[in-house]
Every structure is written in structure tokens, then in C-alpha cells.
Write a protein that binds this ligand. Sequence first.
Ligand code: HGY
Ligand code: MN
Ligand code: MN
Length: 416
Amino acid sequence: MTAAQAHPRVHAAIARLATFNSVPDAGGITREVYTPEYHASLEYVAELMRSAGLGVRVDAAGNIIGRWEGTDSAAPAVLTGSHFDTTLNAGAYDGVLGVIGGIEAVHLLREQGLRPRRSIEVWGIAGEEPRFAAGCIGSRAMVGQLTPEILDRLVDRDGVTVAQAMRTVGLDPARIHEATIDPAEVHAFVELHIEQGGVLEASGETIGVVTWIAAPHELRMILRGEANHAGATPMNLRHDALAGASELMVALERLAIGSPSGTTVGTVGVIRARPGAINIVPGEVELEVDIRDSDGAARAAVVDGLLAAAEELCARRGLGLEVEAIAKDEPAACSDLVIDATLAACEDLGRPYRRMVSGAYHDAMVLGREVPIGMIFVPSAGGISHHPDEYTAPHEIDAGVDVLTGVLARLSEATA
Ligand code: HGY
Ligand code: MN
Ligand code: MN
């Protein structure tokens, strides 16, 4: 394999994708799945895939797939890719690098005169970010986890269901089962992604070889008290749902910090207080809670601790409590098949690497239930992600693309 060389197509495509943005003046990028901006960006990704000689299709979930037929088209295929939807006011690299990098790897293999024995598919997976609170819509469809009933139940912050959003871009939620893949037709899935943390930058390695992917247990917790006059209601007569929620959030932080694994994280990223006027004691508060770990038992202990704390404080404060499940995924182990191919590619390229756990979840986490998976990380400057300042240097992107190309060459048994 040649040493890492600049890949101008990649950097141009990342910059162009960043322009598909629902909030161009907010400083960051918002391109949520099934929105007009996302749909326009999907057309651009299709164009990029076709320019790499890939046969393009879009499945019933809105996943876009570019396929390079191998010499043995009946052999289980090698899948790569990621997502190109974003969360709110986010950066330009999260997910995008895996889709663009996969397309570039196909260009590079072709330019090296190689042809895969196993077909290679580059996937742009729909809805990895949690517009509908549960993320990984496209990959959950791939593993057969979604039904039309679930698509009617999951809603975004404006109350729009997945099904309604799908219909706005011409997708039929009743056909979601058609997006299910046959694991027997998949040799492996490998995802190039930014680290979204600061481990690689601090350690000085360019490449992260992911061994485990931490998984979220996400809950919607609704505390119901009594809305009342902010001026005329004495403190001892209040059932203030937001004061209760504040106590609950501090309990979550204490439980996560105190978790014996040392890797549990807990976040309340969404809070809705109702009615929401300055002069009304909040009667109802809705929290969306995200608790993660690569250690399932440690995560479960924090979730149980939080539910117990919620029961106790609600009883003490005279609040009602309702808890809804949003998503509960299992930590995913990366397969030696992909890890070994990645180590070999790094050795070939003389790239320093480190094995590491992913604190972020990814489509690979979901697909790992059904097929062998692996992930290749490149550094995130300052460990920043899900933020306008998310950044990975061009030479680090090039290194990640070169390693991905080496991995795909190995897994697809490409030959001249
Ligand atoms: O939240 C996550 O871990 C992913 O970036 N959506
Ligand atoms: Mn993300
Ligand atoms: Mn991502």
C-alpha cells in the first residue's frame, strides 16, 4: 500500500455536504433525517457514489447504498459506510467521514487496478442521530427492529412521528420490513468515524482500532406536580415538578460519577417544563435521559439507582412519575475479523494506532447484533463533537481513508 496521500475528493465532499444545512446562520450544521435539506444531501451522495462507479439504490428506510459488484457476486459482501444526518447545530465530520471515506476507498481501489472478490457496499445509513429520541433508525431497520407501529410511536421534538416524516420524502413506513438485510449475505461491516473524544489527540496516535462500542439506555421521565401561582403559592404548599427534576438530574450525575466501571456517563439532554411561564410553578417536566457504558452491569446499576431516586423524591415531593423506554441497546464487541484487518492495514501503512472503546454509539453498534463489525477512528480536535467546532485535520482524514482502503482490500480479497 502506498503511504498516505492527500485525497482532495474527500475534503471537497465534506465541505460540500456541510452546505446542506437547515440552520445556516446558527454557526453549526443541522441536517436531520427526512428533512428537505437531508433529502437534497442524499441526492448529492448518490452523485458521489455514481462517480465512483457504484450502482446506487435507496431502501425502504431511506438508506442509500452504493454497490461494487465483486468477481464472486454470490459471496457475502463487505459493507462500509456510516450516516450523514446530523444532530442539532453540529459539526461537519460526524458520520459524514464514513460515507465519503467509503466512496473514496472504492475510487482508490479502482485506481490501484484492484477488483474485489466479495462485493463492496458503501452505505449512507438514515437517521443515526436521535431526531426521534431513539437514534439509528436506518440500521435498526436493517436488523429488522422497526415496525410500522414503532414508526407511528417515535416522535420528534415537534410531535412529528417517524412515519409522518418518512412520507414527506416519499417513503412508505408500511414497507419498512423491506429494509431488513440478510446477515448471511454480509461478510463484515466496517465504519470509519471521528472519535468524538480526546483520547487519540492526547495519546498522539492517528488511528483508533475500536474494540467495544458503549451503548445507551435512554428513558423519557415525566414528573407531574401542580402548576400554581408563582407569587401566591407558599413554598411549603408546592409540588414543583422542575424542582423535583433538578434533584433527579443531580442524582444522575452523582450515580454516573460514582459508577465502579469509571466509564458510565449520564446526560439529560432534553428538558421540557410545562406550562413554561415565568409566573407559574412548573406542573409537569419531561426529561430525556441518556445513560451509557460499555459495561452493561455498571450501566444497569446506574439506571436502577436513578429509578429508585426518582421514586423516593417524587413520593417526598408529592409528584407523579411516569417512565417510558426510548431505547436500550447492548454494548457491541468488534470482531477480530475486522480488528485484525485494521491492524494489518495500519502496519502496512506504518500508522501508529491504539485499541480503544467508543464512548459514542454508532450504526455499527446496532449492526453488530447480526454481523461482524469493526470501526476505525481518527482524532477529534480538542475531543469536541456534536458542536460547530468539531474538526479533524486533513492529514488525519487521509490516514483514516488509507486504513479503510486497506481494510476493504483485505476483507473483500481484492486482487489486480
Ligand atoms: O450520540 C451518539 O453517540 C451518536 O453520535 N449519535
Ligand atoms: Mn453523532
Ligand atoms: Mn456518528
